[in-house]
Design a protein around this ligand. Structure first.
Ligand code: COA
Length: 308
């Protein structure tokens, strides 16, 4: 029924994506060598706004893009994907221009791959940081690694400063959400209750860190392809982040993956010591603000690079 379009690709209509588009979105990911990630798309399309261009050959989607709004403070952009057979014909540029029009004056943030970065630079985005993707089997070193209702601090605790010695971690309970939101707000820099409230259903495991009954960190573990992704990872300091990762690692047989803010070299070094390897890197870019809001010293990893 669809006639192969004689029009230029950049004239194809952009439409809103919904949960009925999960499979074509996953197909597009696969087309570009990304994990299909239907689970992640489910979260993104329910908490954010997806845009897509139907392929003129009738075979699924030619392109996708996702915006995750945080009020008028910030919109994160992610899942910019163009099917290989339609690449280098201006589709990503068109989608990004459309998103920029839709959000008007709201500042934007994204994690750019090497392929995407030149386009975003051209559109006026500035690089403000980097994230290192690491992955692999987490090897517990040192501690007994009891599968952890109340995992005490981390393996290699001898290397940990005394500030972390009384930190414990445990699975989050329903009534932790308020404290998580309170901790998260100054760290992420803007309210993301709409995402945090979805974490218990989205994650395989949600872990909190406490000291003297006060919440000092939290982290989630969720499935992506063969891996289990750690994110968000919010913690008072590196030892607390380590304790959370070590506790999450005991709950899965899958290799871990995380997109760690490159400023957190100590955590990256520790993850490498525990068997994870560098996989790739992305450049954090903003438009309309000089940097990401919040407190990078306590923000170790995003929920996903698509949510900022
Ligand atoms: C990055 C991507 C979305 C670009 O889509 P596209 O429709 O091919 O991009 P456009 O045709 O609109 O090109 C816009 C500009 O992006 C840059 N660009 C596009 N593809 C590129 C590539 N493979 N390598 C380097 N730069 C590239 C160029 O600056 C290009 O301008 P030019 O054609 O005048 O040189 C697409 O290559 C893709 O889906 N890649 C895999 C997933 C990915 O990395 N997504 C980005 C996440 S941040």
């Amino acid at each position: 029924m669809h006639s192969p379009s004689p029009r230029s690709l950049v004239d194809l209509p952009i439409r809103r994506l919904n949960r009925g588009d999960l499979v074509p979105c996953a197909d597009l990911c696969e087309d570009r060598g990304w994990p299909r990630d239907e689970h992640r798309w489910g979260l993104l399309l329910s908490a954010g706004t997806g845009y897509g261009i139907d392929a003129p050959d009738g075979k699924g989607l030619a392109a996708t893009c996702l915006t995750m709004p945080y009020g008028s403070d910030l919109t994160a952009v992610g899942m910019m994907l163009v099917a290989g057979r339609y690449a280098r014909q201006g589709i990503a540029r068109r989608l990004m221009r459309h998103v920029m029009e839709m959000v008007a004056d709201t500042p934007l943030a994204l994690y750019a791959t090497e392929q995407g970065q030149p386009l975003y630079e051209d559109l006026g985005f500035s690089p403000v940081g980097r994230a290192e993707r690491v992955g692999g089997r987490f090897e517990a070193i040192g501690s007994g690694g009891s599968p952890a209702v109340s995992a005490s601090v981390a393996p290699s605790s001898s290397a940990l400063p005394s500030s972390a010695s009384s930190v414990t971690t445990r699975p989050a309970a329903a009534d932790d959400l308020q404290a998580m939101v309170r901790l998260d707000l100054p760290v992420f820099g803007t309210d993301r209750t709409h995402l945090l409230a979805r974490l218990p259903a989205f994650s395989d495991r949600l872990q909190v860190a406490e000291e003297h009954g006060e919440l000092v960190g939290y982290a989630a573990l969720w499935p992506s392809g063969q891996a289990a992704v750690v994110g968000p990872l919010i913690a008072r300091d590196t030892p607390t982040a380590q304790a959370l990762v070590a506790a999450l690692a005991t709950t899965t047989d899958r290799p871990l993956r995380a997109d760690v803010d490159a400023r957190h070299k100590e955590l990256l070094g520790w993850l490498t010591e525990h068997g994870l390897e560098p996989l790739s890197r992305t450049t954090v870019m903003t438009y309309g603000i000089p940097d990401l809001p919040g407190d990078a010293t306590r923000r170790f990893a995003p929920l996903t690079v698509a949510t900022g």
